[in-house]
Design a protein around this ligand. Sequence first.
Ligand code: SF4
Length: 274
Amino acid sequence: MRLSRTIEGELNRLFVFELEDRFAVEAVHYRGDTLCVSTQVGCHVRCDFCASGRRGLIRNLTAREILLQYELVRSEVPVKRIAMAGIGEPLANWRNVKEAFDEFKRLGLKVSFYTTGFPLKNLKELIHLPHNGVSVSVHALDKNKRKSLMPYSGDPDLLVSFLREELPLLTKRKKKKLSLAYLLIKGVNDSREELTRLADLARELEVGVTLLYYNNVSHYSRLSPQEYEEAFLFLRSLGVKVTLSTRFRKDRIGGCGTLTVGKPADIDREEVMA
Ligand code: SF4
C-alpha cells in the first residue's frame, strides 16, 4: 500500500492510497488534527446519497491497511484524532476495525465512529469500548424511507429497539458520547413531522443529534443555509441538543459522502461533485 496522491481542498486535505491489488481508498485530514480513515473498499450499504457506496462492497480493508492510512500521512499532517467515518461501514468489518482501534488507542489517539448500526451485535461491542464518540446514522425512522435512502442497512425498528434496551445500561458519561446522525435532504426527510419523531427519540434516549448537511453527490437537493438553520432551531426548540455539520464536512474535497473508490487514476473529484 502506498500514498499515491494528495488533493488540497479549501479546508481539507485528501489522501488517495493505492492498495496492493491496485484498488484505491481515501482518507481526509480535517479540522487541523483529525484523520478520517476508510475501513472498506466500497460499501455494501449503498446509501443513495453517498459516492462511497456506488460500486457496492469490493472488499474489507485489513487492520494494517486501516492503520497505514495514518502511518503514511502522520509525518505530513498533525493527527490527534481518528474518525472511522470514511469509506465503508465499520461494523461490517468489525474484527479488523477493532484491531486497528486497539492499536490507535495504544498510540494515544482519540477514535470516533460513524455507523449505520448493523450488525447490532457489533454495535453492542462498540458502544462499550473506550471510544471518543459514536454517531449512529438514522437519516429516516420510517422503514420504507430508510430503505430507499440506505438500501442495505438494517431495519430501523430493530435499531431503535436495540438503542432503547442498551443505552440505559450505559453510564451518563458514555451516553454523552453517543449521538444520532441525521442527514437532511430537501423534500425527502426534512418535514416537521419527521423531525419531531427524531426529536422524540433523541429525548427518550437522552442523546444528541448530529444534523448533517448534504453535499451534492447524487440526485438529491440540499437545504438552503436558512432552511438548514431553521431545522436546527426547530429541533432545539423541542429540547434536543443539536450539533451542526462543520464547514470541514461541507468541503467539496473530503466532505461527507464524497469519498470514492476506484483505481488511483480513475478518481475524479469534479465528477463526484457534479
Ligand atoms: S454513507 Fe457510509 S454506510 Fe452509507 S454508503 Fe456511504 S460509506 Fe457506506
